[in-house]
Write a protein that binds this ligand. Sequence first.
Ligand SMILES: C[S@@+](CC[C@H](N)C(=O)[O-])C[C@H]1O[C@@H](n2cnc3c(N)ncnc32)[C@H](O)[C@@H]1O
Length: 361
Amino acid sequence: MTKPNQYDLRDEGRRVMQQMKLGPNPVVEARQMMSQTILAHVLLGLSDAGFYEHVAGRETFSIDEAVQALHLDRFSFEALIEYLLGCGALVRQDGDTFGITVKGQRLFNVYTRGVLNVYLGGYNAVLRSLGRVVDGSLRLDDASLRRSTRHAAAGTAFSTCAFTIPDVFAAMRDTRGKVCLDLGCGTGDFLLQWVLQSPDARGVGVDMSADALRQARETALRWGVADRLSFHEAAVGPSPLAVPPGALDGVEMVTSMYMLHEFGRDGREAIVDVVRALKAQLPGRHLLALEVEACDPQEFAAQTPPPAHFGRLDYRLIHQLSGQGLPRGQEDWHGIFSDAGCSIVEPGKPTGGSLIYIAGM
Ligand SMILES: C[S@@+](CC[C@H](N)C(=O)[O-])C[C@H]1O[C@@H](n2cnc3c(N)ncnc32)[C@H](O)[C@@H]1O
């Protein structure tokens, strides 16, 4: 909705000039913010179009080859490539061949790709509709604002493989077993990394997203481990997991990465009920949960030195806007596990901005 201009642009212009004198320069800050936003969209677009896979492990690529291999729209692809050329992420070699610079390699890395997928890919619908959400013309629970689970799940896998999952594996070393049940397994990348570690490891994945599971099964085939991985579409909840008979046979440990907090949308007790149901169905196993640290905006702002980025704040906002439970503090998780009748085996090992908890069921 457009509104009549209510402020005197001459005054506003003078205010900008005054701020420029005082510094830091708000014009540069605004341009930087916008350029970063556009760059993020360019990179996510290329990620969605399969370009990352196309250039994986390569230092050069040609436009012709990429257009043909990925069936791209040449005009828009060239525009994105020229943008990245201008950003210093690419250098033109001969003809339509480009080299990826060190800066480009950093932009194309899996962590960056993961963060872009989670936020921009996963929550694009709500982020681009904030005006209508805030002015009340679109409700937050409108179906058009649902997250893209495939992006959120793939992005989580991309952004956790560098340091978080290795820390999870280290924590699992002290728990027992080779057969892992991963709840909310998404695109199955955690279980893939799990079985690739050892030839006698097996994995069972459960998720309610058919889309994510389709990708998980394809990935298992692609890596030749489909005989050691099985994926089941089912909702984790306060009732026993509805998976085919025998699907959980031999499961020795249970993992749940970035999922349990989601039940908090219905209150703390809803998480307790889910953990209690898991304990009833899989008694004696360890439940490893990976969860992002809680974030209080006021405490966040008061940190010294100031945080290098707003990652935890971003995560909190996105959870508020998408009707998920908010990230919780360590004591809260201990209480939840205890109330569900579990012991605390690992009280919270920090990894990045997340904590690894292990509860004895
Ligand atoms: C943030 S993603 C994390 C994916 C994966 N665990 C990882 O760390 O890469 C959360 C996943 O939990 C799944 N999920 C959420 N609630 C669920 C439920 N009640 N039952 C089964 N899966 C659920 C979503 O579909 C999504 O794939």
